[in-house]
Ligand binder design. Structure first.
Ligand SMILES: [Zn+2]
Length: 240
């Protein structure tokens, strides 16, 4: 089995844990394991034909992703999906980090990820069995490649610790307008590839604002909605 970076796991012990992890993560993202549901470790081990050890290890990884929480009796349950506030918090943080990262990527002659981003867009398969899974992998790799090219470990860690792709794609619906997302990725990749930081920043800001609007459109309106806080100017951060 492949992980979301498209790499094969190394050793067989690790592979077993990785396989179980990937499988359970996919089930949680697809809601074939519903939010706020207790997990029966022994039953999963039996279903998958593995011992309880790789299942327990996978549980810990999923807890690190904030897809599971520990319950009493050393058990686990799936977390709730994000509410409006959770979605807004994620996008406000992304708007602080990612337009800046796109600008840095565009200014970077040595590590410019333009080619990699265009190859990533080209490898996206609209005919894939699960458009949710395909978009999840593509979007994760696309945004991570831009962040990585900044080589700013603090920004990369802050971004990774949100596990934003897992939590947002857990809310993915089949009617998601993925064509708009891909077109916006092309605009971002183009601006980065030609070395135009201002356009790259603007294209990323537009992409995130548009995704945020689409998320809140389909969410229940029972709690407070407000527009995203104006992102602190990323011009304050040096770009060399
Ligand atoms: Zn995206």
């Amino acid at each position: 089995m492949l992980d979301n970076q498209g790499k094969k796991p190394a050793s067989s012990g690790r592979s077993s844990t990785n396989d179980v992890y990937e499988l359970l993560r996919r089930k949680i993202l697809e809601h074939s394991i519903a939010p706020d549901t207790k997990i029966n470790i022994l039953q999963i081990a039996k279903e998958l034909g593995v011992s309880a050890t790789p299942v327990r290890e996978a549980m810990r990884l999923l807890q690190g992703d904030n897809l599971l929480v520990a319950t009493s009796n050393k058990g686990y349950a799936t977390t709730e999906t994000l509410g409006l506030k959770g979605v807004r918090d994620l996008f406000e943080l992304r708007l602080l980090i990612e337009p800046w990262a796109a600008g840095v990527a565009a200014s970077n002659r040595l590590l410019n990820p333009g080619l990699e981003l265009h190859a990533e867009i080209k490898s996206f398969d609209p005919q894939a069995d699960s458009i949710q899974h395909e978009m999840f992998g593509h979007d994760t790799r696309f945004h991570s490649a831009i962040l990585s090219s900044t080589e700013n470990q603090a920004a990369i860690q802050a971004f990774e610790q949100t596990h934003c792709h897992l939590h947002l794609f857990r809310m993915f619906r089949d009617d998601w307008d993925w064509k708009t997302s891909i077109a916006q990725h092309e605009a971002i990749a183009d601006a980065i590839a030609v070395g135009d930081p201002a356009s790259a920043e603007e294209a990323m800001r537009l992409h995130l604002n548009s995704a945020y609007s689409r998320f809140i459109e389909v969410m229940p309106k029972n709690s407070e909605t407000r527009p995203l806080a104006k992102a602190a100017s990323s011009n304050l951060i040096r770009k060399d």
